[in-house]
Each structure stands twice: as structure tokens, then as C-alpha cells.
Write a protein of this length. Structure first.
Length: 295
């Protein structure tokens, strides 16, 4: 059986944030020449999920109404995506169940899943609620979290990527290079270090100057890799004595997309596991692409 073509899958619940996620996903699908798949989820109310069906939580007709409402949202989103004039293959689907898990289970490693950072409670919920967290932690392939309602869809002029020489950041760099080639964007490589700096070639208590030099060498190696793999890409390097999250957020202020990996060394080791991921995903001024790294 032939493998399914890679898709861009976007979760939509009718909010402004999810519509901007739809817009971003449509333009990403156009950049990739990939089909766009729009998903909405009809989820049981919390009272029903807590086992209160028998107590009159939701009748069959009420559940039918929930499903029809989500189907209408899905159809409007599909129609909107087709109206963007991007010559896309667009499909839609409404499923029963928790949105985060539905999006993950419907995706393949080569797909890109796009979600808005905020939305209706109980559907595509707040970023640090169920959906974005579930998708980012569990997705088999790249996830893009789109922030706010600012238009950042049609052109990618500047892409920021966090690098630290680890396998996880190498995967993020490869994805960012590919995205820069598709869009003609400048690639900004950001490497942050803090004292004491943990590096493969240094002991735990090296002087600050040596630590700074090692950080610069790590960044230069990533820049050299870009030059070898994609010499046509314009690159800019930033080494910062700061926390990884703050360095990335600062660099992204005039960017269009941030790219991070799920594993790293030093500060990036906590990405998707604690404060770094939460800070980046909460406070990034631009969409964030999270690239998973297999153990």
C-alpha cells in the first residue's frame, strides 16, 4: 500500500486564534505543496466525562447538537481555507473525543500539526491546558503553535532556531534550513549559555572566557553546517549569555517563526519538560515550530 502524502493538519474551533492557525497552516501547505486537513472535535462536556451521563448530563439530542455545531464550524473553516486563493487541496473532518489526542492520533510523522495558542475552554483549550500541551508532547512529527491574531502567514522573512550542538537541536536546525529554503527566509541561529556552562569539551568549572569561546565554537559549527547544506540561505548568528528561553524570545521579536527541538544540552535539555518550553510557548511573539527528536 502506498504511503499517504504528508499533510498539514490544523485544529479549528471557531475562535479567532484558531482561524489564524488555519490561515498559517494554509500558507504552510501552499509552501510545501501539501494537502491541508482541517479538524474539529466534538467533545463531551466535563460533567459527562466525569461519569454523570446517567444523572442527565447530556441527552442524545444534546450530543447531536454538539456534533452538528462542530461540523458547521469545520465546514466554514474548509470554505475559508479554499477562499485564500492558494490552490490547495483542502479536506475537513469532525471527530468525537478530546482534541489534543484526536489531532495526535490522526497525524503521521511526516505531517505537520498546527494549533492556536488559545481557544475555547473544553475544545482547543488554553496553551497550558490540555490541547497544545498534549499535541506538543505527543505528536509524532513537527507541531506549530500559532500565537495571537496577528497576520504572520503569507511571507516568512526571518526564521529563528535554537541550537546547542545536541541531536535534538540538530533536528530543529535541519527542519529550519528546509523551511528557509522553501520560503527564502533568513535563518537566525541562537545559542545561549549561562555560567557555569555545560559543554562536552569542558570541565564543570572552566573560566568564563573559555566557556564563552566554547559557546561561540558550537554556534560556528552550526553556521558552517548551514553553509555546507544550503549555501544560498542568508544566516545570522547570535550567542547570548542568557537563559535559552529569553535569548530565543528576544531574537524572535523581529522574526516570523521560531524553531526549537525537543531535546538539548544544558538549558535546552528542559525543553518540553519544564520551564523553557512553557516560557517559549507562552511568550513567543511569533509562531513556534517544535521538532520532535526520537530517543
Amino acid at each position: 500500500m502506498a504511503e499517504a502524502a504528508p499533510r498539514v493538519i490544523v485544529g479549528v474551533d471557531g475562535t479567532e486564534g484558531s482561524i489564524e492557525a488555519l490561515r498559517w497552516a494554509a500558507h504552510e501547505a501552499a509552501r510545501r505543496g501539501a494537502p491541508l486537513h482541517v479538524m474539529t472535535c466534538a467533545e463531551l462536556p466535563v460533567a459527562v466525562e466525569a461519569g454523570m451521563v446517567g444523572a442527565g448530563g447530556v441527552t442524545g439530542s444534546a450530543m447531536d447538537s454538539i456534533v452538528k455545531e462542530q461540523e458547521a464550524i469545520n465546514q466554514r473553516a474548509v470554505t475559508l481555507a479554499r477562499s485564500f486563493g492558494l490552490n490547495l487541496e483542502v479536506s475537513g473532518e469532525t471527530v468525537l473525543g478530546a482534541p489534543g489526542y484526536a489531532l495526535v492520533s490522526s497525524s503521521h510523522p511526516d505531517d505537520i500539526v498546527v494549533v492556536g495558542a488559545t481557544s475555547h475552554p473544553g475544545r482547543l483549550t488554553d496553551l497550558l491546558g490540555s490541547v497544545a500541551t498534549v499535541v506538543v508532547h505527543r505528536a509524532k512529527g513537527p507541531v506549530v503553535v500559532v500565537h495571537g491574531v496577528d497576520r504572520r502567514d503569507s511571507d516568512l522573512g526571518r526564521i529563528v532556531v535554537g541550537v546547542d550542538g545536541s541531536e535534538g537541536s540538530d533536528g530543529a536546525l535541519e527542519w529550519a534550513i528546509d523551511e528557509a529554503l522553501r520560503s527564502g527566509a533568513e535563518l537566525v541561529l541562537v545559542h545561549a549559555w549561562t555560567y557555569p556552562y555545560t559543554a562536552a569539551r569542558l570541565g564543570a568549572r572552566e573560566p568564563r572566557d573559555d566557556m564563552r569561546l566554547d559557546a561561540m565554537r558550537t554556534l560556528e559549527a552550526c553556521a558552517q553546517r548551514c553553509a555546507e547544506v544550503a549555501p544560498s540561505i542568508r544566516t545570522h548568528s547570535i550567542v547570548s549569555e542568557d537563559t535559552p528561553a529569553k535569548a530565543l524570545i528576544d531574537a524572535a521579536m523581529d522574526a516570523d517563526l521560531m524553531v526549537v527541538g525537543t531535546r538539548g544540552r544544558g538549558g535546552f535539555a528542559a525543553l518540553l519538560l519544564g520551564s523553557v518550553s512553557r516560557t517559549v510557548l507562552q511568550h513567543s511573539p511569533v509562531p513556534v515550530a517544535v521538532i520532535p527528536h526520537a530517543d
